[in-house]
Design a protein around this ligand. Structure first.
Ligand SMILES: NC(=O)c1ccc[n+]([C@@H]2O[C@H](COP(=O)([O-])OP(=O)(O)OC[C@H]3O[C@@H](n4cnc5c(N)ncnc54)[C@H](OP(=O)(O)O)[C@@H]3O)[C@@H](O)[C@H]2O)c1
Length: 229
């Protein structure tokens, strides 16, 4: 698909991988909408870039999702690319009193259920517009489970399975990509040695190359050892 002239929604666009994607897509001549819970941080991020519009909100909050959808309908009906990037993890190991249920609930809400909800609500727009696509950001852990990220691993596996079925269901109508980062050096990965990870720029570079080639599976760095394209 083309990598300029799109209108792109990036959830979680104020930091890390989402911010780098916003930066590169804005430089390529796209209109980019970014979301995030902290409105000040989001505005500061958007102010650094051209043609990037901040729309504050939490992907797990149905009211803020409805506000986002109303804004898109009103001001950006030409939206044709959605990047589901916002994510949450708890770092722990399963044990009798680990609190796995509440941790898993938050991870599933953020990493999986919010994507299912937003996708369903945006499908009419994506099916109407030309050259539409969805990019779901999973993780290397969906292919190589990590004991210290037990329920996060499960939430990303759920997102991976949903993404496969979404691609099959909407073949030739909406292009569905899966971006599969390895360890990336962001705030998100601080607790798991993120400083040893790759820079977010490498993830964005790889996604842009994959979009150009219509390559649906987008393993980055070490993820290539587990995912055959
Ligand atoms: N970093 C890694 O090693 C790594 C590896 C594989 C996959 N991933 C995946 O890559 C994605 C991005 O991770 P990252 O490392 O770039 O994270 P990050 O640096 O922590 O940035 C996360 C972004 O998402 C926003 N966000 C978080 N929760 C949100 C919510 N409930 N609603 C709306 N926005 C929310 C944050 O802003 P606010 O806090 O203001 O909301 C921020 O803009 C995630 O899906 C993650 O699972 C990361």
């Amino acid at each position: 698909m083309k990598t300029n002239g799109n209108t792109i929604l990036i959830t979680g666009g104020s930091a890390g991988i989402g911010f780098e994607l916003a930066k590169q897509f804005s430089q390529l001549g796209n209109k980019v909408l970014i979301t995030g819970r902290n409105a000040d941080k989001l505005k500061q991020a958007a102010d650094q870039l051209e043609n990037v519009i901040p729309i504050a909100g939490d992907v797990t909050d149905p009211e803020s999702t409805d506000r986002l959808l109303a804004k898109i309908k009103e001001d950006h009906p030409e939206l044709n690319l959605v990047i589901n990037n916002a994510g949450y993890t708890d770092v722990y190991e399963l044990a009798a009193n680990a609190g796995a249920y509440s941790k898993a609930s938050r991870e599933m809400e953020t990493n999986y259920l919010s994507v299912v909800s937003l996708t369903e609500k945006l499908l009419p727009t994506l099916l109407k517009n030309e050259d539409s696509a969805i990019v779901n950001v999973t993780s290397i852990v969906a292919y190589f489970p990590q004991k210290m990220l037990p329920t996060y691993t499960a939430s990303k596996s759920a997102l991976k399975a949903y993404t496969d079925i979404l691609r099959e269901t909407f073949e030739n109508r909406v292009n569905v990509f899966e971006l599969i980062p390895p360890l990336v050096n962001t705030e998100f990965s601080k607790e798991i040695g993120g400083e040893n990870g790759i820079p977010p720029k490498e993830v964005a570079d790889e996604l842009i190359r994959a979009l150009e080639k219509n390559q649906w599976l987008v393993p980055v760095g070490m993820s290539k050892e587990f995912v055959t394209v």
